[in-house]
Structure formats: structure tokens, C-alpha cells
Design a protein around this ligand. Structure first.
Ligand code: MG
Length: 291
């Protein structure tokens, strides 16, 4: 249990209150404006401008107010529910799988997600992802696809990373359509390729989901994309941790120069052939590690 205290302006305090419309309103303590209770945090705003966050989610819920107040980017289409969104994780990491998720979010789900703090998924720390990931998976209709490294390395010579991503996103939405019978009007992808190219890569696919809206930074703007992003990250973190356990090896995330040495260490212990089970071999890191 942690406590974070910060000073906010009156406007910021009002803004904070409005961010959690579903939160339980508590009896107001002395000298306070209000107190609300979230599943993982109690927030008390005092007349003085002091705001206290208490609980496991204290860091997380106060994070957007530490330093400059963060402004959320504005979505280009009006936000209506229900909506579906998709995002992927692991494409920038040398080690570990590629995880793609598509999720369905109703208006009620959106309120619930806001109360959990799922608004700016990129700002959510890994330990919070591990807590809220399972909750999202339990409540939201979603499709999660995990492409393991061995399969990735086998198909990569014929399909570049963009092609692989296009197919996984499409497949996730196809699964979602089967689960829901029909997809809602708003289907959003956190854009990684132009719309025309996306559909070009899908020409050979048996079933293609049409009418998708492509937008960059969509994980900050659309609750369905934010939720999909959290689930995909949760899946990636779980797989990554399982990999570290299975090999008793401290794999590094990302694809920095530090990863090059990490590769050398891994190959020394397990041999080059094992690398295909844990890494995306086409990354420049493989060559940089001298392999
Ligand atoms: Mg993305």
C-alpha cells in the first residue's frame, strides 16, 4: 500500500473528480472537498489543493498529474459505443512473441475501464498491467493471438513484419466477429501501416474485416484500443516471464545494444539453435551479436 501526495489547482481537482464517474463517493473528511474510492486507490482532495492517493494504485492514478498535467490527444472520429479496437505488443522486442488483441467495449465497459485508469495505456506501468490485465480479459469480449518465436521465424522469410501484423489484426477481428455475431460500426486499429497497404496485405485471406478506421496513437484516444493494448501487453509480459523462468535467463526487452550482449550470453549457455525459440532472428541484433 503506498501513498502519494501532490498539489493541484481547483480546475485540476475538478478534472480529477470527473475522471472517475463510477467511483464510490465517500463521506468527506474534515477540510476536504471530496473523497472517492476506486478498486485500488482512495483519493482525497483537500481545500488546500493537496490531493492524497492511497492504495496499491496510488502511483498509477497520480502519475498523469506528476509534473505537467498531461493532455490526452483528441480522437479524429467522435467516440461512440460500442466500439472495437486492436493493438499489438512485442514487435519492437528482439526476444519474446508478438501479441495482438482485438477487444469489444460497450459504453458500460468504457466507464468501468475509466475507473480502472485504462485511458492512456502507454502510461500504465507493468505491475499495473499484471493486476488489471486478467480483469479486462475476464470482462471484455476479446480475441488474443500470440505468435510464438519459432512460428514467427519460420514464416518471416515469406512475410515481413508488416504483413504478419496485418494478418494477425485481421484474424483477431475475424475471431471477434464470430464471437459477437456482428462487429459494431466503429472498428479502430492503432495505425502501423496505411489503410491501402493493410488491405493489400490481406488479399489472399479468406475472410477480411472491412470498414476499419486507422489512426495513430489510437491507444490513447479510443477505449477499445486502450483495452486491447493492455490485454496484449499482459499476454506479452506473462509469456516473457515464463520464458525467463523456463531458461532461467534474464532476457532483456527492447532491441538496444544491451540486447546484443544478452544474445551472446544466451547462445553461450544454450547454443545458437535455441535462439530460434526465443528471438525474432531477422532483427539487426542477431548480426550485431556476431551470429
Ligand atoms: Mg500500437
Amino acid at each position: 500500500m503506498s501513498t502519494v501526495s501532490i498539489a493541484l489547482s481547483n480546475t485540476e481537482i475538478d478534472d480529477l473528480f470527473q475522471r472517475y464517474p463510477m467511483a464510490e463517493k465517500r463521506k468527506t473528511p474534515a477540510y476536504a472537498k471530496w473523497q472517492i474510492k476506486l478498486s485500488d486507490c482512495v483519493i482525497t482532495a483537500y481545500e488546500s489543493g493537496k490531493v492524497v492517493f492511497q492504495g496499491d494504485g496510488a502511483e498509477f492514478h497520480s502519475s498523469s498529474y506528476q509534473g505537467a498535467v498531461k493532455r490526452m490527444p483528441v480522437p479524429s472520429i467522435s467516440i461512440t459505443y460500442p466500439q472495437c479496437g486492436s493493438d499489438e505488443v512485442g514487435t519492437g522486442d528482439y526476444f519474446g512473441p508478438v501479441c495482438v488483441c482485438a477487444a469489444y467495449v460497450s459504453e458500460k465497459d468504457a466507464e468501468w475501464l475509466k475507473s480502472l485508469g485504462v485511458q492512456d495505456s502507454k502510461a500504465i506501468k507493468d505491475d499495473t498491467i499484471l493486476t488489471i490485465g486478467p480483469k479486462l480479459m475476464e470482462r471484455l469480449v476479446h480475441s488474443l493471438l500470440i505468435l510464438d518465436n519459432e512460428t514467427y521465424n519460420r514464416i518471416h522469410p515469406d512475410h515481413n513484419m508488416v504483413a504478419i501484423k496485418c494478418k494477425l489484426h485481421n484474424q483477431a477481428f475475424v475471431h471477434l466477429r464470430h464471437k459477437l455475431k456482428a462487429l459494431p460500426k466503429h472498428i479502430i486499429i492503432d495505425q502501423f501501416v496505411k489503410k491501402e497497404s493493410y488491405y493489400r496485405y490481406l488479399r489472399q485471406e479468406a475472410e477480411v474485416i472491412e470498414g476499419i478506421h486507422f489512426e495513430t496513437k489510437a491507444e490513447n484516444k479510443y477505449m477499445a484500443v486502450a483495452a486491447a493494448s493492455v490485454i496484449a501487453r499482459y499476454a506479452f509480459l506473462m509469456r516473457f516471464e515464463a520464458m525467463c523462468q523456463a531458461y532461467d535467463f534474464p532476457f532483456l526487452k527492447g532491441a538496444s545494444a544491451k540486447v546484443d550482449q544478452n544474445i551472446v550470453d544466451f547462445v553461450q549457455r544454450y547454443g545458437q539453435a535455441s535462439l530460434t525459440k526465443v528471438a525474432k532472428l531477422h532483427f539487426a541484433n542477431t548480426k550485431k551479436a556476431g551470429l
